[in-house]
Design a protein around this ligand. Structure first.
Ligand code: ZN
Length: 393
């Protein structure tokens, strides 16, 4: 099946002017100023100057829910394909959260496969916050080699009161297994690290690197904007060839406690000399955010997948196009951090994961995922039956 998107404002990540994009099956076949297919059987979509962007790649989501840190009552719900599609996320990468006791990798795997059945390019991390890490097959390297959706290990927690405070030797052993699994499977392999508030910050990464010949890009820390000191360490890490991820979901209390807003973190990292190609944004969707009323903790609410699009909207303001550094941090940069060469870009041979947006207010109209139009004029249309559909009478 051929679909031709005509006269779209191509954003990848810079504004590239009006283009026609031809989708053949699940991939992008051609990207040209003018594609004439008159006479052939092709579904034509007139984009009329709307933005055409790559589908978002979100390197930290919790598709089988998260939370539970305030007791069982604060567990958050599973995320469905529609939640991600409305947020423009076509490649969500799932992780277990703090709780790897009542939430299991098998459940995460099932939810990731459900998202795939509903048309998304969902992926997952093996492992857990805690050491010894959870695995599907009994071994991290085996998970990477034998389980197709597994692209790395994460979130493994360091420098956090909820972590198991892995020793340098433990971290090095896990990183080596991820590296071996990534090498054997050809996936690259990533050790995705949740970094908490504790003072050592990224020091454990530096110790592991000193004691090994492992590549720096293997170590991919997240929540790097949670305090200024950690942001500084992350900038150094990126300057030396690593990737760093900033969490977009936030609360006024987090900012008050010293978190650097994600956009500000990105801009100050670039200003300090960090490569704009190795900085990423993630939503932490499904993770729990504390909610306060008058200084009292009243509960937790889940982080939303659409925090990424919200940021894009704010960063775009009334401009004629979204800022390239912000688009890159949600598309090609996370794809390159996880070595997903067909994701996060609009070019022949890439997967047809595309967002059509109305520049007025940066509203998302249409989402294509692997060539399937899963959102049409703001309405999500998933080809598979939903579990919550009413039974037929
Ligand atoms: Zn985390």
């Amino acid at each position: 099946m051929l679909t031709l998107i005509r006269k779209a404002h191509l954003i990848d990540p810079e504004p590239l002017g009006l283009h026609d994009v031809l989708i053949a099956g699940s991939q992008i076949a051609r990207v040209e100023a003018d594609i004439d297919l008159s006479g052939s059987d092709v579904n034509i979509i007139e984009a009329e100057g709307r933005w055409l962007m790559p589908g978002l790649v979100d390197v930290l989501t919790h598709p089988c829910g998260g939370g539970g840190e305030g007791g069982f009552g604060n567990r958050t719900a599973e995320l469905e394909a529609a939640d991600f599609l409305r947020a423009g996320i076509t490649t969500p990468v799932g992780a277990l959260g703090t709780d790897s006791i009542t939430r299991r990798l098998e459940v995460l795997y099932g939810q990731v496969m459900k998202l795939r059945a509903h048309g998304l390019s969902a992926l997952m991390y093996s492992g857990s916050y805690r050491v010894p890490v959870a695995t599907l097959t009994g071994d991290v390297a085996r998970d990477l080699v034998l389980v197709e959706p597994v692209v790395g290990l994460g979130e493994l927690a360091i420098a956090d009161h909820r972590s198991s405070h892995p020793t340098a030797a433990e971290l090095l052993r896990i990183a080596s297994d991820v590296h071996l699994g990534g090498t054997l499977s050809g996936k690259g392999g990533t050790l995705f690290l949740h970094v908490g508030d504790a003072r050592p910050g990224l020091e454990p990464i530096e110790i592991a690197l000193e004691q090994s010949a492992l590549p720096r890009r293997l170590f991919y820390p997240t929540h790097c904007n949670r305090r200024a000191g950690l942001l500084e360490q992350s900038i150094e890490h990126v300057k030396q060839g690593g990737f760093a991820d900033f969490t977009v979901s936030t609360t006024p209390e987090f900012i008050e406690a010293g978190e650097v807003p994600a956009l500000e973190a990105l801009r100050s990292a670039i200003a300090a000399g960090a490569s704009a190609e190795r900085l990423t944004f993630s939503s932490d969707a499904g993770g729990s955010l504390p909610h306060y009323v008058g200084g009292e903790l009243t509960g937790l609410r889940p982080a939303r997948p659409d925090s990424l699009l919200d940021l894009l909207r704010r960063a775009s303001g009334n401009e004629s196009h979204p800022p390239a550094d912000v688009v890159a941090a949600m598309t090609r940069n996370p794809a390159s951090a996880l070595k997903l060469p067909r994701k996060g870009r609009i070019e022949p041979g890439a997967d047809a994961d595309l967002l059509l947006m109305d520049p007025a207010g940066a509203q998302l109209n249409d989402v294509f995922s692997l060539g399937q139009r899963l959102m049409r004029n703001g309405n999500v249309e998933i080809p598979m039956k939903q579990a919550h559909e009413e039974p037929r009478s």
